[in-house]
Design a protein around this ligand. Structure first.
Ligand code: FE
Ligand code: FE
Ligand code: ZN
Length: 276
């Protein structure tokens, strides 16, 4: 059974997102835990969490993916910015326990001139400071495009972070098709090689979710500009190749394409129809 959905606005709560994704043909969704630029989160609405868990169980939603604000930077040069990332992520993860057993994705960060090795150390230090043994969420490092000083555009960098994390069973990877394309991994013509490399360097068992985006830019551009499915350099067949691959087809897939709900609905319908 294909697990597919898209990014939704969280402003009306979990139960609303559950109904919304089902109404546009999906069975999983992604949402920001708070304003994507950071800032404070609303108080946990326990009634909403329980209503969602009920709805999800009855409507075939077996996993959802939270996304950290993309401005968090656990490897900033500035200690106060690193501290903010740490506190925000811990708060997010504590809230996630009200919808247990799901996924939480974050951008590893930008080392801003400190060098990638310092970045890797600081990201791992942050995770070691906030993960706890009983938590029921899996925290995912997103594969990045390699824009500016972003850490995590090479599989080796992600592996190096995981190597330094103490609670390794709490961490995994979310692969973004636009980002890996822009990072220089040719998933269109050499998917087998890319996945082989991922498996050797990180291990495919660490891969827990996939962001399915076309890219406005060619292989290796290091840009990170998402495009609608079929209108970019990856193409519909390229996206389907990823979604149908025997090693990936069981994973949840999330559209983060430049669309409103009706556009997402059309992309979900297209991919469901073509997926075999
Ligand atoms: Fe992201
Ligand atoms: Fe993404
Ligand atoms: Zn992106």
């Amino acid at each position: 059974m294909l697990k597919i959905g898209c990014h939704l606005s969280a402003s009306k709560g979990y139960a609303h997102m559950g109904r919304e994704i089902v109404s546009i043909g999906g069975n999983t969704f992604q949402f920001f835990t708070r304003n994507p630029r950071g800032g404070s989160a609303k108080a946990v609405d326990e009634k909403d969490c329980l209503a969602f868990r009920d709805y999800a169980a009855q409507n075939g939603i077996d996993i959802i993916l939270a996304h950290a604000p993309y401005t968090l930077n656990g490897c900033s040069k500035d200690e106060s910015i690193r501290d903010f990332a740490r506190r925000t992520m811990l708060d997010d993860l504590q809230r996630m326990e009200y919808v247990p057993g799901n996924l939480y994705n974050f951008h590893p960060g930008s080392h801003v001139g400190q060098g990638v090795d310092v970045g890797i150390e600081q990201i791992a230090d942050m995770l070691n400071a906030i993960l706890w043994p009983e938590m029921q969420t899996t925290v995912l490092l997103e594969t990045m495009a390699g824009k500016g000083s972003e850490v995590g555009s090479r599989f080796e960098e992600l592996r190096a972070i995981i190597d330094r994390v103490e609670l390794k069973d709490k961490v995994g990877i979310c692969m973004d098709t636009c980002h890996v394309n822009d990072a220089g991994y040719d998933i269109v013509n050499h998917l087998e090689d890319v996945l082989g490399e991922f498996d050797r360097v990180i291990g495919l068992d660490r891969l827990k979710a996939v962001h399915i985006n076309d890219s406005k830019n060619p292989l290796g551009a290091h840009k990170d500009r998402h495009e609608k499915i079929g209108l970019g350099y990856i193409g519909t067949e390229g996206i389907l190749g990823v979604m149908q691959h025997p090693a990936l087809r069981h994973l949840p897939f999330y559209l983060e394409t430049p669309n409103e709900l009706d556009g997402y609905q059309a992309e979900i319908a297209l991919l469901k129809e073509k997926w075999v």
